[in-house]
Design a protein around this ligand. Sequence first.
Ligand code: OFO
Length: 165
Amino acid sequence: MLAQAMVEKLNEQINLEFFSSNLYLQMSAWCEDKGFEGAAAFLRAHAVEEMEHMQRLFTYVSETGAMPILGSIEAPKHEFASLGEVFRETYEHEQFITDKINKLAHVAFTTQDYSTFNFLQWYVAEQHEEEKLFKGILDKIELVGEDGKALFFIDKDLAEMAKAE
Ligand code: OFO
């Protein structure tokens, strides 16, 4: 049985995972609109992964006998200055999510909710992967620059990465 305060925090995280999914889906629409098809495919695939993050939390809350409560999800922004900006924002967003997961793990540990603490370890490891993934893309963009030719190759690379998502 989870403490009510923990249920509320897990519900907030469910909401945030929905937001992450919508953010990447919206970014994929911007990329598609600007002709970056590889980036669009990559972000769309990643939006699906975020829904899996949401589902995993939803299942955990249900299985412990509490009720997941879905709130309204903030609309993501839909205008970006460049492909570089899109990926700078993905990386910042993942850092924000890591911070949220760390705070959740801290609360679970300090309230001796070891079941939730153990459950959250998957997210701790996943956030390491998520940051690595987005930092890697950002590093590549910063390395090659943002002229048309460079972005063409970045987009091709992202198309390959989308297949692995
Ligand atoms: Fe991108 O890791 Fe969930 O939100």
